[in-house]
Design a protein around this ligand. Structure first.
Ligand code: ZN
Length: 244
């Protein structure tokens, strides 16, 4: 075989020895992956906060997932996904993001309504259905919020971006990705045309967490730093920065 190692990491093979993973288990693995970007250790308290659960119930689940070989837990280090757990998390992320992209691209759902549908469908859709959905919309690289879609083989672009809140006054940037789980925030960002692909210039930043004034598509507007921190951007070089 040309690439035995890669074949071994196939996402289609990520269920545990006891059979397919349950929805709650997939949600845990996805949350741990998101918090630790796949490789960094994560505190159980952070998992509890992310999943809106009591820390005690998270500790119990973490022990069960460790028994299944999906993660390791060390008292002072926290939770780390094993290769098996990482593969399962990427498979769930692929299903979630392909479903979002399909709902948006093929069924014309607005971008604030795809996340909740995908949260339910990601545990039920087969790999074949998801692969056919991806093919039907031209194998997109990202979901409607700009999040990268893992490949069938389990590879994902892990580039980290600055948030708009971190960008200095006078800088231009292109929006790469926005946080996807708050429909109200997505509707608001949509109204402001702050969406992946949009070009933005930071005109000024008030001190002490004050408002940030932006130019978006020729319009001046202000947003708060909390909202700006949910928008990931790629700074533009001077050559391609939009005119002030
Ligand atoms: Zn989503």
């Amino acid at each position: 075989m040309k690439s035995g190692k890669r074949a071994h990491l196939s996402l289609a093979d990520s269920s545990s020895e006891e059979g397919p993973l349950t929805g709650p288990v997939e949600d845990y693995l996805k949350a741990i992956y998101g918090l630790g970007r796949g490789s960094v250790s994560v505190a159980t308290n952070d998992i509890a906060r992310q999943l809106d659960l009591a820390p005690a119930s998270v500790s119990g689940m973490v022990r069960r997932l460790a028994d299944q070989g999906l993660l390791t837990y060390e008292r002072y280090r926290g939770v780390t996904l094993t290769n098996l757990g990482r593969r399962a998390a990427l498979r769930t992320l692929r299903r979630h993001r392909v479903i979002e992209a399909y709902l948006s691209g093929a069924l014309h759902y607005p971008w604030d309504r795809v996340h909740d549908e995908a949260e339910r469908l990601e545990h039920a859709a087969s790999d074949e259905l998801v692969d056919r959905m991806a093919a039907a919309i031209g194998e997109p690289a990202t979901d409607p919020h700009g999040a990268p879609i893992p490949s069938r083989e389990g590879h994902m672009d892990e580039t980290e971006y600055l948030s708009l809140a971190e960008l200095g006054a006078g800088y231009g940037a292109r929006v790469v990705r926005v946080s996807d789980d708050d429909p109200e925030m997505l509707r608001y960002l949509g109204e402001l045309e702050i969406m992946p692909g949009a070009e933005i210039v930071v005109i000024s930043k008030a001190p002490y967490e004050g408002p940030i004034t932006l130019r978006v598509s020729g319009t001046l507007l202000s947003i708060g730093p909390a909202l700006a921190s949910q928008v990931m951007v790629e700074p533009l070089t001077d050559m391609e920065a939009p005119a002030h």
